[in-house]
Design a protein around this ligand. Structure first.
Ligand code: AMP
Ligand code: ZN
Length: 297
């Protein structure tokens, strides 16, 4: 069903005549078609309807403070995925200009997940209420993982529901959202399964960090076929960070105890691709219940 046409240019088809994802000449970086974006719009609206009452909305740009990303350990744990913004100003070296160097560093990195810019802002707001705080964030994210596989993009959209609060509040939030997202996937006619998961840590300690994440049940994913029926890929992630961000940003509750956090991430582009794979290239022919769930009728 999924075709990747390659004549120097990579375009991704989900059965129809027009590519849903059109080449930009770089693997994993695509232009989206009108049909694809119509579904993406439906997904954002459907997720907004799932938003818990009282959640604050934060729509972040694709760049964030480099200092903030470094302070929470991302640059140390995932330096292979993280990318910084440099200008193309030539670097002055020994009186001559080096035009081949990567240019001058700035204070920006490309945002790798929709929740990272949130925690430093919370640190400036004072004590976190005992009931916790909930956010609905979204961001165009970047991860340096070039791939010919249709489901692995370098630039992709992510939406997250995030909870920061006392340990039990954050963990309960994470656990509650697993069945909620399973029902959401069902309502879209997708067959998904829940699997324990780990992050792609970098370096010598990577196997230990990943094993400890698995042993402690810190990350789960809902996987479903995205690019091919034989291969399942994560579409939703459920992360419990313990006090990782609480410690990094001095987040405390009204009793002075370090806050814990959890996030529920939806890969918007992957989810849209999974829908085209499951229901075909023409949205007009999708099952009525799916079209209704996305408000596309
Ligand atoms: P993570 O922070 O790795 O758990 O990612 C959150 C969600 O973003 C995943 O469940 C995926 O749906 C999506 N995602 C992560 N990496 C990629 C990628 N390379 N291409 C497309 N979507 C991705
Ligand atoms: Zn997150």
């Amino acid at each position: 069903l999924v075709g990747i046409k390659q004549a120097g240019l990579q375009e991704i088809y989900f059965g129809g005549d027009d590519p849903l994802l059109a080449s930009t000449g770089v693997a994993g970086v695509y232009g989206r078609s009108g049909a694809f974006e119509r579904v993406v719009g439906g997904l954002f609206r459907a997720l907004a309807r799932l938003r818990p009452g009282g959640a604050e909305v934060r729509d972040f740009p694709p760049v964030m403070s480099r200092a903030h990303l470094e302070a929470c350990g991302y640059a140390r744990q995932f330096p292979h995925l993280a990318a910084a913004v440099h200008t193309l100003m030539p670097v002055e070296e020994e009186g001559r200009q080096d035009h081949t160097a990567s240019g001058q560093a700035t204070d920006l990195v490309l945002t790798p997940a929709a929740c990272y810019p949130l925690y430093p802002l919370l640190g400036k707001r004072g004590a976190i209420p005992q009931a916790g705080v909930i956010f609905d964030t979204r961001c165009y994210c970047f991860r340096r993982e070039p791939s010919e596989r249709a489901d692995r993009l370098q630039a992709f959209r992510m939406q997250e529901f995030v909870c920061v609060g006392p340990e039990r509040v954050a963990l309960t939030f994470r656990n509650l959202w697993i069945p909620k997202m399973q029902s959401f996937a069902d309502s879209l006619g997708l067959e998904s399964s829940l699997v324990p998961a780990k992050d792609p840590f970098f370096g010598r300690m990577a196997p230990y960090l990943a094993q400890s994440q698995l042993d402690q049940g810190l990350k789960f994913e809902l996987v479903c076929p995205v690019a091919s029926a034989r291969h399942e890929t994560a579409v939703f992630s459920f992360n419990y960070h313990q006090d990782h961000f609480g410690l990094a940003w001095g987040l405390r509750d009204t009793q002075g105890i370090t806050s814990h956090s959890a996030c529920v991430g939806t890969g918007i582009d992957r989810l849209a691709m999974a829908l085209f794979r499951a229901h075909g290239p023409e949205v007009g022919r999708w099952p009525a219940f799916v079209v209704r769930a996305l408000g596309l009728n």
